[in-house]
Ligand binder design. Structure first.
Ligand SMILES: Cc1cc2nc3c(=O)[nH]c(=O)nc-3n(C[C@H](O)[C@H](O)[C@H](O)COP(=O)(O)O)c2cc1C
Length: 227
């Protein structure tokens, strides 16, 4: 298997939504999970959990749920304008590929749901008076996703390295309670993505992104980045 360098992988780890139903060996799934659990998490809490759905009947049910949740997403996208940095072709390409996944999520041989278990604050009486419990709760809430999305991106890059295809999806969050009930995920645990994993029909390819001058600022907001 070719071993592209890290930067080439980052440059080519595009969303691969059309996946073959062919099986993915458990050893490769373990490598993805290993990569995921090399990520950082706030306070090194490692309060993540990865639900890996392999069972075909269950995958079909997850897929049906994703389909229903995506019906809403499709209407929201229909109401959106094309972002100016995308060409018509790129925008419609994304919508068409997204719609393919609405109908085929459950056929991917592996579905991974990265989750977070709650991370509570210490009891209030351990805080000195100058620490506001309310502010700390707001802070925790603000950084919550930051303890799981690095792991999610590690899965994306590990898939790229192994020749597998995947894409980060979140449409199921519109029906998250049903998803949790289906998979026996405790109410207090939140799901952050649903990632189909399989051998891709298409190839990884160069990503198209806004120029750095539009994305980065030099010293202060508003002064475009220049090398
Ligand atoms: C937070 C997040 C949520 C996303 N949700 C979905 C989704 O529900 N369905 C989907 O098909 N793609 C979803 N995507 C994938 C994006 O559409 C995709 O990453 C983007 O179009 C860039 O694609 P590219 O990397 O191939 O250029 C999501 C991506 C992110 C980061």
């Amino acid at each position: 298997m070719p071993d592209p360098g890290l930067f080439e992988m980052m440059d080519t780890a595009r969303a691969l939504r059309v996946l073959k139903p062919d099986p993915v060996p458990n050893a490769l799934v373990e490598r993805l999970l290993h990569a995921a659990t090399r990520a950082s998490s706030a306070g090194n809490a490692q309060n993540w959990a990865f639900v890996v759905v392999r069972d075909a009947a269950l995958r079909r049910e997850v897929g049906a749920l994703y389909r229903r949740a995506s019906d809403v997403a499709a209407k929201v996208y229909a109401a959106r304008d094309r972002p100016p940095h995308l060409t018509d072709r790129q925008w419609h390409g994304m919508l068409v590929a997204g719609a393919h996944l609405y109908a085929h999520m459950g056929e991917a041989p592996v579905l991974i749901l990265p989750c977070l278990q709650p991370r509570d604050l210490p009891p209030a009486d351990r805080f000195p008076p100058e620490v506001s419990l309310a502010d700390e709760m707001t802070y925790l809430d603000r950084i919550r996703g930051a303890s799981i999305y690095p792991a999610v991106q590690n899965i994306v890059l590990a898939c790229r390295a192994l020749g597998l295809g995947t894409v980060i999806t979140t449409n199921h969050l519109r029906l998250e309670a049903e998803m949790k009930a289906l998979l026996g995920i405790p109410t207090a645990v939140d799901t952050f993505a649903l990632m189909p994993v399989g051998w891709p029909v298409g190839k990884p390819g160069p990503l198209s992104r806004k120029p750095l001058a539009e994305a980065a600022h030099r010293d202060r907001w508003g002064k475009p980045w220049a090398p």
